[in-house]
Design a protein around this ligand. Structure first.
Ligand code: URA
Length: 224
């Protein structure tokens, strides 16, 4: 399946009430979606996304895991708790940003209640119009791609290396896009150097958003 075209973000931005209504209508469509039949049968929730419809910053992950499927919210498990800590270190809360995933349903893992698997290219192409529509409605000023799958989904390309692309601005339909490591990678690769890499990506995001950073913030993860 061909990846769908990126949305055109050239019209006037919606006002807050129109964004809320458009997101609610889109969420209802996502909740009723059964295009990935096996995944739809296995899911507990459709994890649509959450946050401020007027957010300047949108963070995009891969797909809900077990905790997200059970609770119906993105990034609430261990990786999500780390993401929340990163946001707090930036001076932001989950309510100040908009958080969504490439896939709105947890990829099914038959016979494995704990496993997570990467979405297939077809599943991503099927589901990504929901994410593109979320970007069109929210119209963030900056997007962060959390990990390779988010980057591949947003850019419509396969086999991208987040290790090579992180820290450098990419573009999503005219919106600056910062690739960085997925928080679950940070949990596995718990080194000062990796934390600093992600933090430098977030400092660049804060700079792009015109957020002031303190000397203390700029020095995070420079020494153990
Ligand atoms: N990992 C993701 O990519 N998204 C979530 O919502 C949770 C874990």
């Amino acid at each position: 399946m061909e990846p769908p075209a990126r949305p055109a973000l050239d019209g006037p931005a919606l006002d807050r009430a129109s964004k809320v209504a458009a997101l609610a209508a889109l969420q209802a469509k996502a909740k009723a979606c059964v295009q990935c039949a096996a995944i739809a049968r296995a899911r507990t929730s459709v994890v649509f996304g959450m946050g401020d419809p007027d957010a300047a910053l949108m963070l995009v992950g891969e797909a809900p895991g077990r905790d997200e499927d059970q609770q119906g919210e993105p990034f609430v498990g261990a990786a999500g708790q780390l993401l929340t800590k990163i946001l707090v270190a930036m001076g932001l809360g989950r309510d100040h940003v908009y958080i969504a995933n490439v896939l709105k349903c947890r990829p099914d893992t038959p016979g494995e209640s704990f496993g997570n698997r990467k979405p297939t290219a077809d599943e991503m192409a099927t589901c990504i119009p929901f994410l593109f529509e979320q970007v069109r409605i929210v119209r963030p000023r900056v997007i962060v791609a959390l990990g390779g799958t988010a980057l591949e989904g947003l850019l419509g390309q396969q086999k991208l290396s987040v290790t090579r692309m992180r820290g450098r601005w990419a573009d999503f339909a005219g919106v600056p896009l910062m690739p960085t490591y997925h928080p679950s990678y940070l949990l596995r690769q718990d080194t000062l150097a990796t934390k600093r890499e992600v933090w430098e990506d977030m400092l660049a995001v804060m700079d792009k958003l015109g957020m002031a950073t303190s000397a203390k913030q700029r020095a995070y993860f420079t020494k153990a």
